[in-house]
Design a protein around this ligand. Structure first.
Ligand SMILES: Nc1nc2c(c(=O)[nH]1)N[C@H]1C(S)=C(S)[C@@H](COP(=O)(O)O)O[C@H]1N2
Ligand SMILES: [Mo]
Length: 408
């Protein structure tokens, strides 16, 4: 099936711009001739020029873009809000054919290497649908002081979409995993920015691949996965750095050693083994791989710049997540962490989905305030107020999220 026959077009009106039509366009029959819709489904975006204006573009090649914080409010992130991160050149989306796309399982620790089409994956294994948080290891990097080099992500290189696909463990079991298995290896169709070799090929410890929250997915939020997020097939691991969730995935290896693919070596996606002073140089041999993301929260309302009338209550809300753990508590402060109030908090819809929190605050006097949020996970780890351990590549920033408002 090629893109112009994909299901989102079925309900749409046939014109020369069919490839750009929004899903279920109300009153489309009344539109002026030739009118191009303002908001087209994220399923159709193929390059940086297609992105809506709400994205901040960090680079166009490799393409890296993120949305403003308040747009991340929905519990299930719509595709047109999710941040976009490519390490190299995007694949040639026009030549992707989901009908002939293949996914190969191999590696030293696989008994019987096998290749599956997407139709075979759908037929042979149980389909699962679940929401998983996908957060870039470098999310919030812009907050580190001193500044850490790399894409200056704000706090929105994270999203929680609903994925549909099969479990990695079911597919690996079909091929047989040898007892000497150590690590997975993930392979995608995209190339390094030079045009040669892989842009990225990372993996996870074999135990992580056996989790209920590790998927090979073909659907995102009930539609085909948008090109930008890995059409037509994506490896998705909840709770791990986003870099292991390989887009446009063509295979997975099971290795008898820690995978040595592109961006597995230090300092990429690694942090120092021991604490270092901010700004300190660290030798490559003194880094360790980031295997799991850590406890964090995001305020999606209010937004910085909002004004509140004195005496009215302020509803503060957002999400919290904690890598492979659940969040146990979210607290909010309006006095720089001197006092904290506990917010109400939902349970995750499934493990490794983010949780929603909310609290109404009464702010005692007029003036400038900062609202801070702090999550604590089920093992008792909590967010630091200022910044976490500084590291040369600026990973794992989970200092309290802040927004500034005025009471007038
Ligand atoms: N094929 C492929 N998969 C990839 C990448 C990539 O460059 N190519 N980037 C990874 C990184 S570093 C992140 S953070 C996530 C971003 O996923 P998103 O673009 O859907 O937000 O995809 C991961 N998977
Ligand atoms: Mo990332």
């Amino acid at each position: 099936m090629t893109i112009d026959r994909r299901k989102f077009l079925k309900g749409a009106v046939a014109t020369s711009v069919t490839a750009m039509l929004p899903l279920n366009w109300a009153f489309a029959q009344n539109r002026p001739a030739g009118m191009v819709p303002l908001d087209v489904s994220a399923v159709t975006w193929k390059n940086v020029d297609d992105l809506p204006k709400h994205f901040k573009i960090l680079n166009s090649s490799p393409l890296n873009a993120f949305p403003p914080e308040h747009l991340l409010a929905p519990a299930k992130t719509p595709a047109d809000i999710a941040f976009i991160r490519w390490n190299g050149l995007m694949p040639d989306f026009d030549s992707i054919d989901a009908d002939t796309w293949e996914f190969t399982v191999d590696g030293e620790s696989i008994e019987t290497p096998k290749t599956y089409t997407i139709a075979e994956l759908k037929k042979k294994f149980k389909t699962h649908t679940q929401q998983l948080v996908l957060e870039c290891g470098g999310n919030s990097r812009e907050n580190f002081y001193p500044n850490a080099k790399g894409n200056q992500w704000s706090n929105t290189a994270v999203f929680c979409a609903e994925w549909t696909g099969v479990l990695v463990k079911d597919v690996l079991a079909d091929c047989g995993v040898k007892t000497n298995a150590v690590y997975t290896a993930h392979y995608g169709a995209d190339k390094h920015i030079s045009g040669k070799g892989a842009a990225i090929s990372r993996g996870v410890p074999i135990e992580a691949a056996m989790s209920e929250n590790a998927m090979i997915a073909w659907g995102m939020n009930g539609e085909d996965i948008p090109f930008m997020h890995g059409y037509p097939l994506r490896i998705v691991f909840g709770g791990r750095p986003g870099s292991v969730s390989q887009k446009c995935a063509v295979g997975m290896g099971v290795r008898d050693r820690v995978h040595d693919g592109k961006k597995m070596g230090a300092p990429a996606y690694q942090v120092p083994k021991n604490p270092v002073a901010p700004g300190e140089k660290v030798d490559n041999k003194d880094f360790r791989i980031i295997e799991e993301m850590i406890v964090k929260s995001l305020i999606t309302a209010p937004q910085t710049g909002d004004e509140l009338i004195l005496g009215k209550s302020l509803e503060v809300s957002g999400h919290a997540w904690a890598g492979t753990r659940d969040v146990a508590k979210v607290e909010v402060s309006y006095d720089y962490g001197t006092t904290w109030q506990t917010a109400s908090l939902t349970k995750p819809v499934n493990p490794m989905a983010w949780q929603q929190w909310k609290i109404n605050l009464k702010l005692p006097q007029t003036g400038y305030y900062e609202i801070w949020a702090r999550a604590t996970d089920t093992k008792g780890d909590t967010q630091p107020m200022v910044q976490p351990q500084w590291n040369p590549k600026g990973y794992l920033f989970n200092g309290c999220h802040r927004v500034a408002i005025r009471v007038v």
